[in-house]
Design a protein around this ligand. Structure first.
Ligand code: IMP
Length: 454
């Protein structure tokens, strides 16, 4: 891209199984970026952003929207439920945030119809014990229609006649599948079309190509933040297939989604928790099924933002984390929720995976069934008795917590540039002098200046 410098861009993505706390990181940084882009997934994602006394529940719209100076974009690899997007826009509007002129949805994004959601639920039920544990939002069936080349894309929202004909035909086909294959109730197409027509009226002014717009930001030297959803271990190709989401969560997906050269993306910052969590089914090698797991769940408030489901909790999995660093080329890690480990006598970290025949694997196997059979090899580190809550300088951390961070870096081979010591924005420590850490300091400084400006 002419004149576009990746120096200006940053990509933030989940380094584990989603829910790592990307919301806090993106929120912390986004006022420092002129453009904020979501590139994958749909309203299966979700986070709450607190701004002053207002709470925003965002599932689709990039969180930059709450900073008046940011332009927001939704990429082609997203799946967009028009009804959910309209509800989110209305909620933002009630809280004083107007998206008009500030939000652009790629005409190439796939639409989720009510019948996709019905199919998601019917298929999950039919899978019984081997269900994926999806969020039930219609994500998989919508991506399936995309791959089958029969999906409706957001561009159709600007053409009422085509929307009518194409959405009706697709929902009729889904209804046949629902009734004949699953014995499930069909979707009321007339009712669904009424809602879709209303949604199209709201959304059609927002539809526009995003590649050229991002190009213009680049040419003007305006920084762009790419915001990934879910996490590397939920990536369709490189995660714990089939217990994954249906899109790619990796940095390269941002280039595909936006239709821009990969060199424009900037460094990738992987967000990881100081332990691991997962919602839904599938192998989870370091899962803790005793009271320590319950304690992490309670202290870390590990309940899904989108579905409210309790999250499975486990010890930090350095094997999966190292793999994430490699496949995503992470330049650094933001380590979240360090304070949740406060008070534990000892902390375990998985450093290898042992197979049934005694081999120790350095990386997760491609096959989820093989992953389910491995035994983690743990290293045990001492815990710290004092609290880390709200600490913003590394030298104020208890020595055992500092040792924990150093252990991480040795194992991951990349710097931990940010440590979160509480849910609030200011409960954050930026660490070291790497280029990425300096980039974060600069963005956070811009945020603080913006907040201080009346
Ligand atoms: P789907 O994306 O709804 O099809 O769900 C597939 C798998 O990804 C399930 O295990 C979900 O729990 C998980 N998943 C999807 N989105 C998120 C997310 O934003 N955070 C955590 N897990 C997610």
């Amino acid at each position: 891209m002419k004149g576009h410098s990746s120096q200006q861009a940053l990509l933030v993505l989940g380094g584990q199984w989603g829910d790592e706390g990307k919301g806090k990181v993106v929120d912390l940084l986004s006022a420092g970026f002129k453009a904020v882009v979501r590139y994958n997934g749909g309203h299966n994602a979700g986070h709450t952003v607190k701004f002053g006394d207002r709470h925003f529940a965002l599932h689709l719209v990039p969180s930059g929207i709450i900073h008046a100076g940011s332009r927001c974009y939704m990429g082609a690899w997203m799946v967009v439920d028009p009804l959910a997007l309209v509800a989110e826009i209305a909620d933002l509007g009630e809280k004083g945030v107007d998206v008009n002129g500030r939000l652009t949805v790629s005409p190439r994004a796939t639409l989720i119809l009510p019948s996709h959601q019905a199919l998601d639920l019917a298929r999950e039920q039919a899978r019984g014990a081997s269900s994926i544990g999806t969020t039930g939002r219609g994500i998989g069936p919508a991506y399936q229609d995309l791959a089958q080349r029969r999906a409706l894309r957001a561009g159709v929202l600007t053409e009422p006649d085509r929307l009518e004909a194409d959405a009706t035909a697709l929902m009729e086909s889904h209804n046949r599948e629902l009734e004949l294959l699953f014995g499930a109730a069909p979707v009321d197409i007339a009712q669904a079309m009424k809602s879709l027509r209303q949604a199209a009226r709201v959304l059609s002014p927002l539809v526009g190509e995003i590649g050229p717009a991002l190009n213009r930001h680049g040419e003007r030297g305006e920084p762009i933040l790419f915001e990934g959803a879910q996490g590397i271990m939920l990536d369709l190709y490189h995660g714990t297939y089939p217990y994954v989401t249906s899109s790619s969560c990796l940095p390269g997906a941002a280039a595909v989604s936006c239709g821009i050269p990969i060199a424009t993306l900037g460094p990738a910052l992987g967000v990881m928790k100081a332990y691991v969590t997962r919602v839904g089914g599938g192998p989870f090698p370091t899962e803790i099924e005793d009271e320590v797991g319950d304690r992490l769940r309670e202290r870390g408030n590990e309940f899904g933002t989108t579905t409210g489901r309790p999250r499975r909790c486990g010890w930090f999995d350095a094997v999966a984390a190292r793999y994430a660093v490699r496949v995503a080329g992470l330049a650094g890690v933001a380590l979240m929720k360090l304070d949740v480990l406060d008070g534990l006598e000892e902390i375990r970290v998985a450093v290898g995976y042992k197979t049934a025949n005694g081999r120790v694997l350095a990386e997760p196997p491609a096959d989820a069934r093989k992953l389910a059979e491995i035994e983690p090899v743990y290293t045990t580190l001492p815990g710290w008795g004092t609290t880390t809550r709200g600490i913003t300088r590394e030298k104020d951390l208890p020595p055992a917590a500092r040792a924990y961070l150093e252990f991480f870096e040795d194992h991951l081979g990349v710097p931990i540039v940010l440590v979160s010591t509480g849910p609030r924005r200011e409960e954050t420590l930026i660490r070291g002098r790497s280029a990425l850490a300096e980039r974060l300091r600069h963005a956070v400084h811009t945020v603080q200046e913006a907040a201080a400006t009346p």
